[in-house]
Design a protein around this ligand. Structure first.
Ligand code: SF4
Ligand code: SF4
Length: 374
């Protein structure tokens, strides 16, 4: 063991060694079966296990050695702290790692600045009269924000966010001692995707997660599902709108019964409900198995998704009024804040956890080849 090792790594190793002898929680999630494939734990192993964990807190509430027991086993909290450390450690560029500290403030300030800047630009470049005028019919959005700007800026932001996220992912895979090529194995990706699509491990051992106490519930799984599929529908809506615009030359805004509007509305409502529900569960949570330093990141991410969705739905409802210009700029500001901070916020959890699930599928296939596809 390195003398320079961080205390949280040492604590995670101590807990995993106790858990590996106990194994009471092996049915709760993927962390424990992955732990059982090891007799010793490198720093990379522990960081991988920490990203397999999704903080359901079931192992804390079930543990007979949890505080005030002298063994002081608080696996949920230590995994969360270690996981937060991996976001900083593998962030790219490295100098941006500090954005994960006080992340709630970083996301709030970045979004507020992007929104204020866009509003200021619209009011000064386009003029107050255009922004606050009534615009109707095809192409009315582009009277407020020119088409090239509306297309070009988000495109650049998406490309940058993707590059930064992928480099971070490769650094995470290599840094935790895994073969990056396995990330692209279609069978392993499908197994991991299946777990993500059903959010299997948010079901615990069948009864769900814990929030305030040792009572189990599936609420977190449901809110996650609603948010996840709502987000997917919004991506589908944006993609369909891009096809309409660029290939069919039909200009937005589209009719209320059109495919982009129907999917966007359903997706937006899903994001509103999912993010509000997850926030409510955060407020009610038992703080003992949590890493309090992650609270700001979680709340800021849910809040930003909520505001992006709310502004989009308001824009849809009021697009034929004088409020359209301001609402469009506000919505684009929230979208810009989302993409600017995407690689340095809660979204990283989704990426690293997916990679950890692919690795888990890989380890299971190699260690239990007789089990076939599980
Ligand atoms: S968390 Fe507690 S009960 Fe669960 S495996 Fe570890 S030591 Fe055992
Ligand atoms: S908190 Fe939940 S997901 Fe994390 S190790 Fe414990 S049981 Fe597994």
């Amino acid at each position: 063991m390195s003398v320079a090792e961080r205390p949280v790594v040492q604590e995670a190793r101590r807990i995993m060694e106790v858990c590996n002898a106990c194994r009471y929680c092996e049915g709760f999630c993927a962390v424990f079966p992955a732990m059982e494939m090891r007799r010793s734990f490198t720093t990379g192993d522990l960081e991988y296990l920490a990203n397999l964990c999704h903080n359901c807190t079931a192992c804390f509430h079930a543990c007979q050695y949890a505080p005030p027991h002298e063994f002081d086993i608080n696996n949920s909290r230590v995994m969360a702290r270690l996981r937060a450390g991996t976001y900083e450690k593998y962030a790219w560029p490295g100098s941006f790692a500090r954005l994960f500290r006080r992340n709630g403030t970083v996301i709030s300030v970045a979004t507020a600045m992007a929104t204020a800047l866009l509003l200021m630009l619209a009011l000064t470049v386009q003029g107050k009269d255009i922004v606050l005028s009534l615009h109707q019919g095809g192409g009315s959005f582009y009277s407020v924000v020119p088409y090239r700007l509306m297309l070009g800026v988000p495109l650049v932001m998406v490309i940058l966010a993707t590059v930064v996220t992928v480099v971070g992912l490769v650094r995470f895979a290599r840094g935790t001692g895994w073969n990056v090529k396995q990330l692209l194995d279609p069978e392993l990706m499908w197994l991991a995707a299946r777990n993500v699509l059903t959010l299997r491990y948010l079901g615990g051992s069948g009864d769900g997660c814990n929030y305030e106490d040792d009572t189990y519930s599936h609420k977190r799984r449901w809110y996650h599902q609603i948010l996840f599929y709502g987000f997917g529908l919004c991506v589908l809506s944006t993609t369909a709108a891009a096809v309409y615009e660029h290939f069919l030359h039909w200009q937005a805004p589209y009719p209320i019964t059109s495919f982009p509007v129907v999917t966007g509305t359903l997706g937006g409502v899903g994001i509103l409900l999912g993010s509000a529900g997850l926030f409510w569960l955060k407020v009610k949570r038992d703080p003992r198995p949590q890493a309090e330093s992650l609270l700001g990141m979680d709340v800021a991410f849910s809040g930003l998704l909520f505001l992006t969705s709310l502004s989009g739905l308001l824009l849809l409802s009021l697009r034929e009024t004088r409020a359209m210009g301001v609402l469009l700029v506000l919505h684009l500001g929230f979208v810009a804040g989302f993409f600017i901070t995407l690689p340095y916020g809660k979204f990283v959890h989704a990426v690293y956890r997916f990679a950890a699930l692919v690795r888990f599928a890989d380890e299971k296939r190699r260690n239990h080849p007789g089990n076939g596809i599980f």
